[in-house]
Design a protein. Structure first.
Length: 639
């Protein structure tokens, strides 16, 4: 039965149908016709003349886009502006009117002589327009073209400000922002700044965050142009730090930074108390608080601004590297402190003690204020941030503050050394350069030096050469640390032979800066034994050359090193002095008889010696006759 069904199915699907022949029907040919598009010449004025022929706004917009890609002659500017304004008045589509205003701005930038007339035409066109997009573009055109006019034309800029004040009443946020931007950029310097600030500050609490942000940016712009900002707005500005929007907090931080550096000695009351504090110290605390902001951009800006507040009091500056853990107004010990306590006590935690980290130090609640808790650990948070931009900005600020404050540089040393282990190469390199720039204020301890030398194993040559420059400028505290540094450099030179010249320069500076430490290590470096003669080292060995460069540069500043040198070391000095002049200083070394070694021959004496050698060679090559015997080239011939 199954076989029968299968046979029937195959029979049904295997049938073929033959269509009737259509050879007697006429063949229809298809002809594809491409719709022709109007072609215009490459002249901008020609394209603009065809605006009247456009039947739809879409065609006009395409035509205007073509015009923006072409250059316009100076003689055609007036006609072009007239035709654009005529079409603007008759155009119903707002997108086309926006493009016309944008095109007028581009024309004004290319031909500065007609800026005033273009701005006047723009102001006239905006009077009867109701579109917010068009008005915003018109304000943008006025703003950009107004920047091309000299500031000495006070009447012209005053007219632009008055126009901006009129359109500030518009409900659109884009229009308000452009108007505030015009007020900040074009207010004449002789204008009453109090009235301007009062007008701008009325938008600090606007419903739209974009308008609030632009209001604060306008105040920053006025300050950059030379206006003297009243510090009384500081309290209102600080309230904006609690804003929910990142763009507002970002610009508010800049304004707080400006007010703090402009009026550092002004005194204000601490919030919630009767204590007074310097304005720059309070602003510093506010910026420190922003280092823990939710937004990465705000944290990065805060970490960057800290480096520019150099007038802050030392007591607040030192708090940025101190992170205290608080629990019920008691100081809570950190994990490092607990571990150190266990090590010093000689016993380890057994796990039987309850609340090992319980807070023990009682603090007075009145002694804690927002300032101290805000600045506390700001740099610690910045250096441990998850984003490399924040860590990089924190390293830069830490370096800037350390350069002008030696006490703070000593505190920041450990934190900069820890950044040598950062996962990002740029952050490591920035930490290395920062430590080099503050080297005159610090002395490296052995434990810090060990961490620094560990970074020499980095695969990046830029990192290694940066470490060489840093070690060359830093000072070391003990001879053991110097020995460890030299040994690590020599081992690293075996791994990376391409670092030879950088290592030479590094040891040259190290020897010059540590002559008293090198003196103790000369016998160990050169394997000098008081009773036995050791093998003479290979002067071509890079490791041996490094040691000689270190010792010779140290001997330049310490006469006690000279008697310790072996006779072959004196000969090696002469060799290195001729071959590596840039690394080996001029020394007056004694010979084995403690007489002064004569100075190297001058150029004339060297030439005379060379001529003498050549002449002797000629004599040696000429045959010598002794009767019937001729001696030449070491052979005897009988004649």
């Amino acid at each position: 039965m199954a076989a029968l069904l299968k046979k029937r199915a195959l029979a049904e699907y295997s049938q073929t149908i033959q269509e009737p022949s259509t050879s007697h029907l006429p063949i229809k040919k298809l002809r594809l016709v491409k719709k022709s598009t109007p072609t215009f010449s490459n002249s901008a004025i020609t394209l603009i003349n065809h605006l009247e022929e456009c039947k739809t706004s879409q065609e006009a917009l395409k035509l205007l886009l073509l015009v923006s890609d072409l250059d316009l002659d100076a003689a055609e500017v007036q006609d072009t502006i007239k035709k654009l304004t005529d079409h603007f008045k008759n155009e119903s589509e707002s997108a086309v009117r926006v493009k016309i205003l944008s095109l007028m701005c581009e024309i004004g930038h290319k031909h500065n002589s007609d800026v005033g007339s273009i701005i006047d035409e723009t102001i006239m066109l905006l009077r009867n327009d109701k579109s917010h997009k068009v008005i915003a573009q018109g304000m943008n055109t006025i703003l950009k073209l107004g920047n091309l006019v000299n500031d000495t034309v006070v009447v012209f800029h005053q007219k632009l400000v008055e126009v901006a004040k009129i359109y500030l009443k518009d409900v659109s946020h884009s229009v308000k922002r452009k108007c505030l931007e015009i007020i900040g950029a074009h207010t004449p310097l002789g204008e009453d700044v109090e009235k301007v600030i009062h007008l701008v500050s009325s938008f600090f609490n606007h419903d739209d965050a974009r308008v609030r942000s632009q209001a604060f940016s306008t105040v920053v712009t006025l300050h950059e142009r030379g206006f003297k900002i009243n510090p009384n707005i500081y309290v209102d500005v600080c309230e904006a730090l609690k804003d929910d929007y990142e763009i507002v907090r970002h610009v508010v931080l800049q304004l707080i930074y400006i007010l703090g550096n402009s009026y550092p000695e002004n005194v204000i009351l601490v919030t919630g108390s009767d204590h007074q504090i310097r304005l720059v110290d309070d602003a510093f605390g506010k910026v420190c608080n922003a280092v823990t902001d939710l937004s990465m951009n705000v944290r990065m800006l805060a970490a960057k601004l800290l480096g520019g507040m150099k007038l802050v009091s030392p007591k607040f500056l030192s708090q940025t590297l101190d992170k205290k853990l608080m629990s019920n107004m008691r100081r809570k010990r950190t994990a490092h402190e607990l571990a150190w306590e266990n090590i010093t006590s000689g016993e380890w935690a057994s796990g039987k003690k309850w609340a090992d980290d319980a807070p023990k130090e009682l603090l007075d609640a009145e002694s804690i204020n927002l300032m101290s808790s805000g600045a506390c650990g700001a740099f610690v948070h910045g250096l441990e941030d998850e984003f490399l931009e924040v860590r990089s900005a924190a390293v830069e600020s830490l370096c800037q503050l350390s350069i002008c404050n030696p006490f703070f540089a000593e505190m920041a040393l450990d934190f900069l050394v820890d950044m040598f282990n950062d996962e990002i190469e740029d952050v490591r390199l920035k930490a290395i350069d920062s430590l080099r720039m503050i080297s005159e204020h610090i002395i490296l301890r052995d434990d810090q030096l060990e961490t620094i030398l560990g970074a020499l194993e980095d695969f990046s040559q830029e990192i290694r050469e940066g470490l060489h420059r840093m070690l060359a400028s830093c000072r070391m505290s003990t001879s053991e640390g110097l020995k460890m540094c030299v040994e690590k450099l020599l081992d690293n030179l075996k791994r990376y032979p391409q670092d030879k010249r950088s290592t030479f320069r590094c040891l040259q500076r190290v020897g010059s800066q540590h002559p008293e430490l090198v003196w103790h290590l000369v016998p160990q470096f050169l394997n000098i034994h008081p009773f036995f003669d050791t093998a003479e080292p290979d002067v071509e060995n890079p490791q041996y050359i490094c040691l000689l460069i270190l010792i010779f540069n140290a001997a330049q500043h310490s006469l006690t090193i000279l008697p310790l040198l072996e006779p072959h070391t004196l000969r090696h000095y002469l060799y290195l002095r001729d071959t590596m002049t840039q690394y080996v200083p001029v020394l007056n070394l004694p010979d084995l008889n403690y007489n002064t070694i004569p100075r190297p021959m001058s150029v004339p004496e060297s030439l005379k010696f060379l001529d003498n050698v050549i002449s002797n060679l000629d004599i040696a090559e000429s045959p010598l006759r002794y009767g019937n015997l001729v001696v030449t080239s070491g052979k005897i011939f009988l004649t």
